[in-house]
Write a protein that binds this ligand. Structure first.
Ligand code: HEC
Ligand code: HEC
Length: 93
């Protein structure tokens, strides 16, 4: 063994900066994987019993009693983004 290899490794300033950057990246990735949900669907009798998009839209299209915002997505699966009501009649996710 040479003299160089026998020396024990001590982290220098640049190593610490590097480790700090890795820790920050890991933290961001871990925090980023938590469920992202928007406004919950109310847990009332109406929302528990409706299982078809057409029924939702009867109340939530632009002519309904509680319209979606004009910029709202046209996607079908409401519960991808809105939390299901407690005891929803449809299939569990
Ligand atoms: C009979 C009419 C009706 C039907 C059907 C209906 N909703 Fe609603 N919905 C309402 C009304 C009225 C409100 C607002 C009052 C309230 O909080 O109950 C509301 C509120 C909401 C909200 C929350 C909005 C807010 O301001 O907090 C979401 C999300 C929602 N509905 C999604 C759905 C989805 C998804 C379906 C289909 C599974 C659905 N609704 C079916 C009438 C309806
Ligand atoms: C891609 C995600 C996504 C999907 C899928 C989705 N929504 Fe939304 N919705 C949102 C977001 C985000 C908001 C918050 C308001 C906005 O658009 O800025 C919202 C708002 C609403 C509101 C208005 C709440 C309020 O008080 O202003 C209603 C009602 C609603 N959604 C109903 C539905 C229904 C019904 C479906 C299924 C046909 C559905 N959403 C599918 C993301 C989604």
């Amino acid at each position: 063994m040479t003299e160089q290899q026998k020396k024990s490794w001590k982290p220098g300033k640049r190593d610490l900066v590097f480790l700090g950057v890795i820790a920050a990246v890991v933290l961001v990735l871990v925090l980023g994987t938590t469920d992202r949900k928007t406004i919950a669907v109310p847990s009332d009798d109406t929302h528990r019993s409706v299982t078809a998009k057409a029924a939702c839209m009867a109340c939530h299209d632009s002519a309904g009693v509680h319209p979606q915002p004009a910029t709202h997505t046209k996607m079908d699966r409401c519960f991808l983004c809105h939390t299901q009501p407690e005891g929803w009649a449809g299939a569990p996710k």
